[in-house]
Design a protein around this ligand. Structure first.
Ligand code: TXA
Ligand code: MG
Length: 318
């Protein structure tokens, strides 16, 4: 049965209402600097289960827990020197740390899919910060999109995908970073589990070591477990130099195209624009999308990761 999805304002009143929904076991989508998250009380089994149901997530895949500061994270995971270095350098921000979960963390086992590790993040977005503080507890939140679809970088994307399936959406404008967080595994040697909003090079510089690369097919992967994970409705063709008949052309750098990720060739701008552009081309009913080559450095790695998934054969029902 459809529920009525309330639209909450990004102010003290909106945050109080969101916290109230979370306390009652409901779902609230909220902006972070990466993408909108679909949040629930991470200690509440039923609330967390409802996240999977609302997204149509085909299996229980572990979730990231959001807290307002590193102190709150330390109550949930076994802290380490590497965690301290990275948290000081990049939190609040677009970085998620995977660490051994503490025995007394008190979270629903659904959050970790019963793994011995937990993914935690301190988001920087002021709305995320304020609503987490208003709630005062850990919030489990995957991206607020139906499973297999493009992540939302605006409240309207969340409404289009999840209205009628969640209690509320906090209207907080567009997300600055526009790509999900960089996920780092710290339970063993520091490992890049998912490229994201903070370039791997910056993480390596802070740690003073090279990151181990996560190999596709390892037991536990970040969201690309299903290769087709960020799929728009339209087919996607990569490394295109021009559009073929029936294709919309998504450019990068100075060129003639239907939409441009960054006319000046700026990867930060391209990251922030990527999902919005895919949503827009999809809404415009483009049957196919051709995308210019994107350099494989800095944020380009995360952009290409998402684009490769968008272009992958559709082996998953959305
Ligand atoms: O930027 C982001 O990270 C956004 C915002 C809302 O914070 N969240 C996000 O969540 O992208 P989601 O669920 O779409 O992707 C999180 C991924 C999961 O797919 C999972 O594979 C990985 O994080 N993950 C979660 N817990 C893990 C764990 N204990 N070990 C390894 N990977 C984990
Ligand atoms: Mg996601």
């Amino acid at each position: 049965m459809a529920i009525e999805t309330r639209h909450l304002t990004a102010d003290a009143d909106g945050y109080a209402q969101a916290a109230e929904v979370w306390r009652a076991g409901g779902l609230v989508a909220f902006p972070t600097e990466t993408v909108y998250g679909l949040g629930a009380d991470a200690r509440d089994d039923i609330a967390v289960a409802r996240i999977f149901e609302a997204k149509g997530r085909p299996r229980f895949n572990p979730l990231i827990v959001h807290v307002p500061d590193a102190e709150a994270a330390k109550a949930l995971v076994e802290w380490s020197d590497a965690a301290e270095i990275l948290a000081s350098a990049f939190w609040p921000g677009a970085m998620t740390l995977v660490l051994p979960i503490r025995a007394d963390a008190g979270l629903s086992p659904l959050v970790t899919a019963d793994l011995p590790t937990l993914a935690v993040r301190v988001p920087a977005h002021p709305v995320a910060q304020d609503v987490l503080r208003a709630f005062g507890g850990p919030v489990a939140a995957p991206s607020a999109n139906p499973s297999g679809r493009i992540s939302p970088t605006e409240a309207a994307h969340v409404t289009a995908g999840l209205s009628g399936r969640i209690e509320a959406i906090i209207e907080g404008g567009s997300c600055d970073v526009g790509l999900e967080s960089t996920i780092l595994g710290l339970a063993a040697a520091p490992t890049l589990l998912r490229p994201g909003g903070i370039p791997a090079e910056a993480v390596e510089a802070a740690l003073g070591t090279t990151l181990a690369q996560h190999a596709e097919g390892d037991t536990l992967t970040a969201p690309g477990q299903m290769t087709s994970h960020y799929a728009p409705g339209a087919r996607v063709r990569l490394n295109a130099t021009s559009a073929r008949q029936g294709e919309a052309f998504l450019g990068f750098g100075p060129m003639d195209c239907d939409l441009n990720l960054s006319p000046t060739g700026d990867l930060v701008e391209a990251a922030a624009t990527l999902f919005r552009a895919l949503h827009a081309l999809d809404a415009g009913k483009a049957g196919a999308i051709a995308v210019s080559p994107i350099p494989e450095t800095g944020l380009g790695r995360a952009i290409n990761d998402r684009l490769r998934r968008a272009a992958a054969p559709r082996d998953v029902t959305p």
